[in-house]
Design a protein around this ligand. Structure first.
Ligand code: RUG
Length: 890
């Protein structure tokens, strides 16, 4: 710890007699108190604006109570903790979740009547905490909710970015990125801990084997209490901010060097300034590695310090702590834990390795090569010289440990091929002998010529393979440090390999994904330790993603089941199945959907100016914009739909099924094609929505700034939702689960968790199309000669190129990316899946005409997908990986 506490002797601590959620002031009085004293709004006309803050601070106090009690209880009981290390936590808003998890919804609603306000409206005063990009960060947030709700001793550890995910705007038909000032109005949900600080070093050199950092920053903790659902347990998300050891260099200032005077502060600020806006792609920048090391080092120092408050011997650490690495982003933890144990706590290398490999586990979230982090040795050695040295040692020990295995493998391969080769060699020798005999009979000259040929042939004959060389070559494929395949001579550290070698468990996030990582990404590691590889299918918290975002549907479910226990035990949702057959229940189900569609229509009007009817089918495609997620294919299908509608007679149009198609999602600022896809969708909307011939038959809306709060509004309104990634590319997806639970039908490929949703719901209830993951490689080969496009596809692209939607030159690259062999070559196989996608779309239209059957299926979706509660996922992690036990307060 950097700063020591003031040496004041406090009177003994009063016993805390509150029940964890009811501090001394009642709800109404506490809101009034906060309005007057905390936000000082009484004599201003800002009372309505500040009401959110007052309510939030009032809830904060109740959270702190629960938090203190939980943490004190866990300290006393000293159970094993899970520490979830994640560069991203996409929390969204906190107020509604906290009030309801604390079971104070009724009390707050009552107290707010005095101000003529309701909780739902007040809650919109909060800015989203968007410290994540998409699925990976939101998963981490759902996991925290489930850990606390299951009374599992667990903390999240991450970075307190001052600017989270950028705010997306639309200007001149293009995405624009605006800074996210999320901390501008203060943040009632965090507790600053100036008493908890750790030094984190960078750069420098090794002197006598000891690391002397060239730069140091201080990591300071902020705690975000995480209330469990209707339990006394309140977990913690500890986020680190970076401070300069010397904020201001007075000497430099006095000497007139103003820039140097604030240099340290500027450097520290840079580390936690901004979240890298990349989803499922890697950003190989040094600052990113700095961020990763910064939060990992602080988190490990913190856990070790707390462990040592209660224990002497670090050998016992694995009994008290498990570090789950959320993707490769925190993988430097393997080397940092080793360094701390060896350099700071005096353990031997072997003892440190034994501890590390019992404490660390790794979750893989992607198979996309561009997202598997590889850091140049040059960058690592400069930024973290001691860690690079440790990684080299880890790698060399690892390769030594498997040399026997690899040698045996090579010997077996040689033995198999040797038998074959010996046979061939014997036959060739016979032939040569015969040739010499024949030549000898022809005389001296012929014999000399034949001898020459024979000796040439013998020289060219395949030599027996050199075993040592083969072993060496094969070992390279297992090596954590590898040569860059594109830049010869550059050595890279493969972080996923380091994670696998340093962890005791490795998991994928959906059944198919966990298989693909075994067969395609880590097959040679599976040979060595097959038991290390597991699957943990993702899940989402039913609190936020059903109970709170869709209170109307929740009330109906609770009424039908006669209990709200399903919010805690999602398997109970299965009991809804018989209600799918009840026409009166179906009518009420439809009414709720209609209400949610109305709310979304209102939001669309506010955000885009488009007036959309609530009668058409609401077809939703929201997620990060990425070529592999194929929003582009959906856009092409909409162009076709528009063309067909235009060509129809009025009588035919009267029979068409109208749709409102809503897209949402951010394109990474540097992702050229993704930004063009956003532009194309906006352009299609501009043309279609203003075409009087089309009217309500089709509206195409791009709702800007898709984030957690928008998702909470959009998902309950969906009737069909799209999850159409190229098979084998989407590790899991989690919005598919949220949509299914809210009764939206799914059109999707056999990819990620769609498959398990299909198994639970019955594939006949989904609209599945496209090729399977195991056909992709061959198709990508064949596609090189692919010219047999579906005519609907060609016509739609022709409309883009001819300028029907404006800016044809701007979209030229986009069209080429799926039609030109040399410019993208349709890597994500849009052309290939298009026809079956259109068939699935036709089936959707057909089913929508039968509203009774549609609603029946909608109910079946909600009833069938309780499996995707993150409570189930976390329970599996706790039992099968972490070995962490529920520790509820009595
Ligand atoms: O793309 C994946 C999603 O398929 C998955 O559902 C989610 C949570 O497991 O993680 C996403 N992801 C993967 N986001 N970033 C990465 C690679 O760092």
């Amino acid at each position: 710890k950097v700063r020591s506490m003031l040496d004041i002797s406090f009177p003994p601590k009063e016993e805390d007699t509150s029940n964890g959620v009811a501090p001394k002031l009642g709800v109404e009085a506490s809101i009034e108190h906060e309005l007057k004293y905390r936000v000082s709004a009484n004599n201003t006309d800002a009372r309505p604006v500040k009401l959110y803050q007052s309510v939030a601070w009032s809830v904060h106090d109740r959270l702190v109570d629960a938090f203190d009690q939980t943490q004190a209880y866990w300290k006393e009981k000293d159970p094993k903790h899970i520490y979830y290390l994640s560069a991203e936590f996409l929390m969204g808003r906190t107020l509604t979740n906290a009030v309801n998890n604390l079971d104070l919804g009724g009390e707050y609603a009552e107290a707010l009547k005095k101000y003529g306000a309701d909780l739902e409206t007040v809650a919109t005063g909060e800015l989203d905490a968007a410290l994540g990009n998409g699925g990976l960060g939101r998963l981490a947030a759902c996991f925290l909710d489930s850990m606390a709700s299951l009374d599992l001793p667990g903390w999240g550890y991450g970075i307190r970015y001052r600017y989270g995910m950028f705010k997306q705007g639309v200007k001149d038909g293009l995405q624009v990125e605006l800074p996210d000032y999320w901390l501008d109005n203060g943040n009632p949900w965090e507790i600053r801990r100036p008493e908890t600080q750790f030094k984190v070093g960078f750069y420098g050199s090794l002197e006598d084997g000891k690391w002397v950092p060239g730069e140091e920053v201080i990591a300071e903790a902020y705690d975000v209490p995480i209330p469990g659902y209707k339990t006394k347990t309140c977990g913690n998300l500890r986020l680190w901010d970076a401070l300069a050891p010397e904020e201001f260099d007075l000497e430099a200032f006095n000497a007139g060097d103003y820039s140097k005077a604030v240099e340290q502060k500027r450097r520290a600020d840079g580390i936690t300034a901004v979240l890298y806006p990349n989803d499922a792609t890697e950003e190989g920048k040094e600052l990113r590695l700095k961020q990763q090391f910064f939060f990992v080092s602080a988190s490990l120092q913190d856990t070790i310090a707390r462990y040592l408050e209660q224990h002497k011997d670090l050998a016992g650490l694995p009994d008290k702590a498990c570090f789950q690495m959320n993707d490769t982003h925190p993988t430097i933890a393997v080397a940092e834990l080793m360094r701390l144990l060896i350099d700071e706590h005096g353990l031997s290398y072997d003892d440190a390795w034994a501890i590390t490999t019992k404490c660390v586990a790794y979750t893989n979230h992607t198979v996309m090569p561009e997202a598997l982090e590889k850091w140049p040795v040059r960058v690592l050695a400069k930024l973290l010289p001691r860690h690079m040295q440790l990684i080299e040692q880890i790698n060399s020990n690892w390769l030594d440990s498997i040399t026997g295995h690899v040698t045996a493998k090579v010997e077996a391969e040689l033995a198999a091929s040797d038998a074959e080769k010996q046979k061939k060699a014997a036959a060739a020798a016979e032939e040569r002998k015969a040739a010499l005999v024949a030549a000898e009979a022809k005389g001296e000259e012929a014999l000399a010529a034949a001898k020459k040929v024979v000796s040439e042939e013998e020289a060219a004959e395949e030599k027996p393979a050199d075993k040592a060389t083969l072993v060496e070559e094969k070992l390279k494929t297992y090596s954590i440090i590898q040569e860059n395949q594109w830049t010869k001579g550059e050595m890279l550290v493969n972080m996923a390999y380091l994670a696998v070698v340093g962890s005791f468990a490795v998991n994928g996030v959906a059944a198919i994904h966990s298989e693909i990582i075994k067969t395609d990404i880590f097959p040679h590691f599976v040979e060595i330790f097959p038991e290390r590889f597991q699957n943990k299918t993702n899940g989402v918290t039913l609190r936020r993603w059903l109970a709170y975002c869709n209170p109307e549907l929740s009330a109906l479910i609770t009424e039908a089941l006669g209990t709200d226990e399903w919010v805690r035990d999602a398997t109970l949702l299965a009991k809804l199945k018989p209600f799918a057959e009840d026409a009166a229940f179906r009518a009420r189900w439809r009414e709720v959907k209609q209400q949610k569609k109305k709310a979304l229509a209102e939001r669309i009007r506010e955000q885009t100016g488009y007036q959309v009817s609530t009668e058409p089918m609401y077809d939703i495609h929201v997620k990060r914009i990425h070529e592999y997620k194929r929003q582009y294919m959906n856009a092409i299908s909409l162009i076709h739909r528009y063309k067909v509608l235009k060509e129809m007679t009025p009588e035919q149009r009267a029979k068409a099924v109208p749709r409102v198609v809503v897209f949402g999602g951010k394109a990474a600022s540097a992702y050229y094609m993704a930004k063009k896809i956003v532009a194309l969708i906006l352009s299609i909307g501009e043309t279609v929505n203003n075409d009087p011939e089309i009217g309500d038959l089709l509206k195409v809306v791009f709702l800007p700034n898709y984030n957690v709060s928008e998702a909470e509004l959009i998902i309950p309104a969906a009737e069909i939702s799209q999850h159409i990634s190229t098979a084998g590319t989407e590790a899991s997806g989690t919005s598919n689960m949220k949509f299914a639970l809210n009764g939206a039908l799914i059109i999707g490929t056999l990819d990620g968790a769609n498959i398990e949703i299909g198994e639970n719901t019955g594939f006949e209830n989904l609209f599945i199309f496209g090729v399977k993951a195991d056909e992709i490689n061959k198709l990508r080969e064949d596609r090189k000669n692919f010219s047999d496009y579906d005519p609907r596809y060609t016509a739609a692209l022709q409309m883009v190129s001819s300028g029907v939607f404006g800016r044809p030159e701007y979209f030229e690259d986009l069209v080429a990316s799926i039609t030109d062999m040399n410019r993208g070559n349709d890597w994500f196989l849009l052309a290939n899946d298009f026809a079956s996608y259109m068939d699935a779309q036709d089936a959707i239209d057909e089913l929508y005409r039968d509203q009774e059957e549609w609603t029946r299926r909608s109910i079946i979706y909600t009833a069938s997908n309780g499996f995707f509660s993150s409570d189930r996922t976390i329970d599996q992690y706790a039992r099968e990986i972490w070995n962490v036990q529920p520790t509820p307060q009595p």
